[in-house]
Design a protein around this ligand. Structure first.
Ligand code: ZN
Length: 600
């Protein structure tokens, strides 16, 4: 591994844009989810499986509903590492006890299988989601173990994982789950416990994929669940986007832990194809509603975009693993783009409503024929409620993505008011970061602790940041090219101050000519934020106008949408259009909206 994640708590977001969202997540989103999980019957399923309530009419909801509870428990655990509370501790204790009681004597655990299938296990690996649910249990357990003193879920997870190791693999049951996740979750559990059998099973599941062990459902082909090719033969990511990206994350984990350079090279090539031709400007992925799937290269229609919130989150998880494996800042660039645009668009500013689908365009007269349609607006919950708790665990663990270390130094990847401590070969490093990013581009890094020997401070220079400037204690420094990690190795002293100025002024972005659906259009970006035009802010009909060359005027609007900077864009006939950050759209009403706008 090239870079190391910092120990939990070593990087803390202390204010600004992301802390505002984390506060809403903690105060509104996570508590509201406790109610939703109760109202939907999701928690009751587990109580029934545990024998704490009569089985009654059995199981309620989708067969993978247990996973919603596990993702919520993961968020509850990470939140306690940020700041403990009696409410969080109580939810964790109560729910973990139910989960533990629902576990069967041999370690198996799934309330749907217990209540709806009479305990018949692993009978439908294609659609059953049993190992997917197990994966979310394992991840919640690792979070709980790392973030709190509680080992309840870790004990449950290890017993279940031991059962899986005894059940699956060469000479045992040959099979993989239709919905990947167990792969990366088993590696998480291996890293937490050191038990190599978990890594071996993860490796088996990765290598067994693409061998035709699964029968595709309905009209789908084997690419739907990534069973069309072995992972190491893939160069273009395909099929159901969330599945594809969880599998890619797990395969990256396996490649790193096994020292498998060939597998890592295949994954890096696949990532490159994705970012160059299968990802939207927002970082969102998944062009097709059918199969919730990736499209072909350059198939990126803005209006028909699927861009599931979970897929954006899975993309962040994969890019994080590749960043650690390689140290290349292109992965952190995509993490930033995706977080600011495709992930947080998935939750309302109030924190209590969610998008499943994150479209880039809504037409006049659009009709919502599905609860997932953006035209229906953000929803309080979904029948398939994968996205809301995924947002919760992502925001609750966001501090962990701020910085990394290696023997030689510390690297800052996400710019936010924060404090960072890390161990380098010479001793302890402490940093304080002050910034109003993303609204303003000045990032001030002050050294609060430093060993006597030289070490390297790494700063990510985003690919869009041409013209950025840098000073150290007021003395101008060369930055070199952008789109990379700038490493400054020297003898640092407490009180040293580094000021990075990123040019966050609004800019026009032209699409790749091969994306036929937006040819002739431009989009507005400002720093890491993608902008959009909502009809409610305009005096002209969006579909009947076009932007023209001229200055882009940024305006701070503290009263608008929780405080945003808008961008005024000159349009045809002397008109002016107003763009807002894409993540904030549909927080007033849902009307016509577009990221790409005609520029001809
Ligand atoms: Zn989802």
């Amino acid at each position: 591994m090239s870079l190391r994640p910092l120990p939990l708590g070593a990087a803390k977001i202390t204010g600004g844009f992301w802390q505002d969202r984390q506060d809403v997540n903690r105060k509104t989103t996570i508590p509201a989810a406790a109610d939703r999980l109760e109202q939907a019957g999701t928690l009751r399923n587990l109580r029934r499986a545990a024998g704490h309530e009569p089985a009654g009419d059995g199981f309620t909801g989708k067969l993978f509903a247990d996973s919603d509870v596990y993702k919520w428990l993961e968020a509850v655990a990470w939140e306690q590492s940020r700041s403990p509370s009696s409410e969080l501790a109580s939810w964790q204790a109560t729910t973990s006890a139910v989960v533990a009681a629902a576990q069967e004597p041999d370690g198996y655990l799934n309330s749907y299988v217990r209540l709806a299938l009479g305990g018949k296990r692993f009978g439908d690996l294609e659609k059953g989601h049993e190992l997917y649910c197990a994966g979310h249990l394992l991840q919640a357990a690792v979070a709980q173990s790392r973030a709190t003193e509680d080992r309840t879920l870790l004990t449950v997870a290890c017993r279940f994982a031991d059962l899986l190791c005894a059940t699956f693999g060469p000479g045992r049951t040959e099979g993989v789950d239709g919905h990947p996740l167990i792969e990366t979750a088993l590696v998480d559990l291996y890293r937490e416990t050191g038990r190599s059998s978990y890594l071996e099973l993860a490796s088996y599941f990765v290598e067994a994929r693409g061998q035709g062990l699964l029968t595709p459902p309905g009209h789908h082909g084997p690419a739907y669940f990534q069973d069309h090719l072995p992972v190491r033969s893939v160069r273009t990511i395909a099929g159901h986007a969330v599945r594809a990206l969880y599998l890619a994350s797990g395969a990256t984990d396996v490649a790193v832990e096994m020292g498998d350079a060939g597998l890592l090279d295949a994954l890096r090539a696949t990532w490159q194809t994705m970012v160059e031709s299968q990802a939207y400007l927002t970082g969102g992925v998944g062009s097709r509603w059918y199969g919730e799937a990736f499209g072909d290269p350059f198939e990126l229609p803005p209006d028909a975009a699927y861009c599931e919130t979970c897929a954006a989150i899975a993309s962040v998880q994969w890019s994080w693993r590749l960043l650690l494996a390689t140290g290349e800042s292109q992965y952190a660039d995509l993490i930033e783009r995706t977080l600011y645009n495709a992930v947080i668009s998935g939750v309302s500013l109030t924190g209590d409503k969610f998008f499943y689908v994150n479209t880039l365009k809504v037409r006049r007269g659009a009709f919502a024929d599905d609860q997932r349609s953006a035209v229906a607006g953000r929803q309080p919950w979904f029948g398939t409620a994968c996205c809301p708790p995924n947002v919760m665990r992502t925001l609750a663990s966001l501090d962990q993505l701020v910085a990394t270390s290696d023997d030689d130094g510390v690297q800052l990847h996400l710019y936010a008011p924060s404090s960072v401590t890390a161990e380098v070969s010479g001793g302890s490093v402490g940093l304080e970061v002050a910034t109003r990013y993303p609204w303003q581009g000045t990032v001030t890094v002050r050294v609060t602790e430093s060993p006597r020997s030289p070490w390297a401070l790494g700063l990510r220079l985003p690919a869009w940041a041409s013209g950025c400037t840098l000073t150290v204690n007021g003395v101008k420094q060369a930055t070199g090219p952008v789109g990379r990690l700038l490493s400054m190795r020297r003898s640092w002293s407490v009180g040293d101050e580094v000021v990075l100025s990123l040019p966050v002024g609004a800019r026009r972005t032209e699409p790749d000519d091969r994306v036929d659906s937006v040819r002739g259009c431009v989009a507005i970006e400002r720093g890491p934020l993608v902008y959009c035009f909502e009809q409610v802010d305009q005096d002209v009909v969006l579909d009947e106008t076009a932007v023209v060359p001229g200055p882009l005027v940024s305006r701070e609007r503290p009263e608008l949408l929780g405080g945003v900077t808008t961008v005024e864009v000159p349009a045809r006939d002397g008109q002016t259009l107003t763009a807002i950050p894409y993540y904030a759209w549909a927080n007033r009403s849902v009307g016509p909206m577009t990221v790409w706008i005609d520029a001809r």
